[in-house]
Design a binder for this molecule. Structure first.
Ligand code: PAF
Length: 280
């Protein structure tokens, strides 16, 4: 595996593969890789001849009081993991390489409507930061496929919509959430949990899985079900931000046309802001 930190070297390498007719799959990450990322990389390997991964902790998607500085950075073990997975190229740019003219005044990509609800309510500007960096990365890598985790369900819906709206020639693929044995969705932020909080954390998944099961069993009183789940989280020591049932296509509230639903939640547990979702 080759590691490059400049846009020109990334482009040169990908251009060579393209010239020889090879397809490219891309897995963007913020590093601190865990088994959840391996699922994304495995999917990328399945669909294309070459796999490009990126590691970039994108400052544009962190709010002023969020964990940009503390976000865990583990470049050496990440590189080893990517090598072991058979990734062909790692793009690990510095902030200046991604935002050479500065990031505050630069062009931003906004997907209205679905960016300022749910997680976007608590994290204003977060999804503009995500959509902007993913657009830049797509333009740099020019992949045939890009793989994102379904754990960040709102992010996935936003990226799908952005890709359609901006006519980006990339097939966006979702990969299922990888869970610990007790159900907790894998996330770099799980390491913020104390031992006691880690023991409580799987309640988030259990509460969502129970709501999803109730809906499968025929209940349609979504508001009551979500209030019940939020109360269960609060009793267990979480500070719930939201628990919502939404349409998987555009995250609208369920209506007569909804075909598939997802139960989504975000909740604070100690220092960690955890998110999760379960499809109905
Ligand atoms: O999901 C993530 O790790 C990030 O939001 C992404 C997609 C790499 C953009 O910075």
């Amino acid at each position: 595996m080759e590691t490059v930190d400049t846009r020109s070297r990334l482009r040169d390498q990908v251009a060579q593969w393209r010239l020889s007719g090879e397809t490219v799959a891309f897995v963007p990450t913020m590093g601190n890789l865990h088994d959840g990322h391996l699922t994304l990389l495995a999917k990328a390997k399945d669909v294309a001849d070459r796999v490009v991964a990126s590691i970039f902790v994108n400052p544009l998607q962190f709010g002023p009081f969020e964990d940009y500085d503390q976000y865990p950075r583990t470049p050496d073990s990440d590189e080893q993991m990517l090598r072991d997975m058979g990734v062909d190229l790692l793009f690990a740019p510095r902030v200046k390489e991604m935002y050479p003219l500065g990031r505050e005044q630069g062009t931003k990509v906004e997907v209205p409507g679905i960016s300022d609800i749910l997680c976007g309510l608590q994290r204003p500007g977060h999804f503009v930061g995500v959509a902007t960096v993913v657009t830049k990365l797509f333009n740099l890598v020019q992949p045939d496929y890009a793989v994102f985790g379904e754990k960040d369900f709102q992010q996935l819906v936003i990226i799908r919509r952005m890709t359609l709206d901006l006519c980006l020639p990339v097939k966006v693929l979702g990969a299922p959430t990888h869970r610990e044995a007790d159900g907790l969705a894998m996330s770099s932020r799980n390491q913020y949990l104390s031992e006691q909080e880690r023991a409580v954390a799987p309640v988030l998944y259990k509460a969502l899985a129970d709501v999803a099961q109730d809906i499968r069993d025929g209940r349609a009183d979504y508001v009551d079900l979500c209030e019940w789940a939020a109360a269960r989280l609060a009793e267990s020591g979480f500070r719930p931000h939201y628990v919502e049932v939404r349409d998987t296509v555009d995250l609208r509230k369920p209506d007569a046309d909804s075909k598939e639903l997802v139960v989504m939640a975000a909740a604070q547990l100690g220092r960690a802001r955890l998110i999760d979702n379960v499809r109905v």
